[in-house]
Design a protein around this ligand. Structure first.
Ligand code: TXA
Ligand code: MG
Length: 349
């Protein structure tokens, strides 16, 4: 399959590109497009065959449900059986934005989109290109992250191209995304509402609106006997090719330990990657050192996380050592993804 790749400027949308993307979606094809979180791989959510193509292109297990992207509350009413009052409050504050809510689905949503579930995940993104593509495509666009299953989510069109070129109809290239980690998932079909995946809209932000908010117990606990409630969270997602290990503790001690392990591994003939911050990169003596952002602003770390993991894949390192990051604000989502990528391999110093 030939994949059309079209660059588009967020500040001045090219209508021909949006129209083309919309036509492909309406005909049951696949179009990757940017959102504020990560790039999504879109298909008409109400067309079961179109949604099925997503699973084939990504190599995604068919029990892993898709998020439906919309641009209005009117669209939400059509695809869910009931909108709880609490969900309206959350939507008013955080939609459009990096938040997905789960509802009981209505009859028009095919089981092929929800992985056989009676619930449906819905998000209203804020990214202008995403909104234009969703509307042109008919208003209900299923879109998982536009990566091959098991690889880090794409934060630039080049990442989508590397994974899916030749397997999808079109990539709308709107440049790098703003946030860099996937949306928060909040299950509104449970009481109290439960966070199934942390993201830019944090537990504290939601508690301020809703009072009590639960967090899926399976999220941070590798030993949990319970399966996570978001089916996709059970897979070893976000996995770089190299073995990843997170080193946690006092800054100076972390640097010292990473330098020690690096030297030891290099003596064994291994190529070592190091993930440091602006504050520390100058202190690493050997290995392939990458700066992920600054501790002064956790958002910069979220923004570069997946790109750095992909770069290490390309450089064929044998192992990656990463500093641990603060878990406040969006850092919660960063550490969730990083620890998953590491298979929960942490060294405390
Ligand atoms: O930021 C995002 O959410 C991006 C952009 C493209 O919008 N999308 C995204 O989709 O991350 P995906 O498919 O990579 O992740 C969706 C997650 C999966 O873990 C899936 O299992 C969960 O949402 N999910 C979807 N529907 C669900 C449902 N009905 N119940 C529980 N979990 C659900
Ligand atoms: Mg994904």
């Amino acid at each position: 399959m030939k994949t059309i790749i079209s660059k588009i400027d967020n500040r001045q949308l090219n209508n021909d590109v949006i129209k083309k993307a919309g036509n492909i979606l309406q005909e049951g094809g696949l179009v990757a497009f940017p959102t504020e979180t990560v790039y999504g791989l879109g298909a008409d959510a109400l067309n079961e065959n179109a949604a099925k193509k997503i699973y084939a292109a990504k190599g995604r297990p068919s029990d892993n449900p898709l998020i439906i992207h919309i641009t209005s509350m009117g669209a939400l009413e059509k695809i869910v059986s009931h909108i709880p009052a609490a969900a309206r409050i959350v939507a008013k504050k955080y939609w459009p934005g990096p938040l997905t809510m789960i509802f009981n689905k209505s009859g028009i949503v095919p089981y092929g989109t929800t992985g056989g579930l009676d619930t449906v995940a819905v998000r209203m993104p804020s990214h202008e290109i995403a909104c234009a593509v969703i509307e042109a495509g008919g208003g209900y666009i299923a879109a998982p992250s536009a990566n091959t299953s098991g690889r880090p989510s794409p934060t630039r069109a080049e990442h989508v191209e590397a994974d899916l070129k030749g397997k999808i109809d079109m990539i709308v290239d709107g440049g790098p995304v703003e946030i860099g980690v996937e949306s928060t998932i909040l299950d509104m079909s449970l009481t109290p509402p439960m966070i199934l995946r942390p993201g830019a809209v944090t537990k504290e932000m939601l508690e301020e609106l809703l009072g009590e908010v639960a967090v899926d117990a399976a999220l941070f606990d590798e030993d949990s006997k319970k399966a996570p409630k978001a089916p996709g969270m059970k897979y070893r997602h976000y996995a770089p090719k190299a073995k990843l290990c997170v080193v946690e503790g006092d800054e100076a001690a972390v640097v010292k330990e990473i330098n020690r392990i690096t030297d030891e591994s290099m003596r064994e003939g291994k190529k070592v990657g190091i993930i440091g911050t602006q504050e520390t990169v100058g202190n690493y003596l050997n290995g392939v050192v990458k700066c992920i952002g600054t501790r002064q602003d956790e958002a910069t770390i979220a923004n570069h996380l997946y790109a750095v993991l992909r770069e290490f894949d390309e450089e064929n390192v044998d192992c990656i050592l990463s500093e641990a990051f603060s878990e406040s604000g969006i850092g919660d989502a960063v550490m969730n993804r990083l620890l998953k990528a590491a298979g929960y391999h942490i060294i405390q110093v």
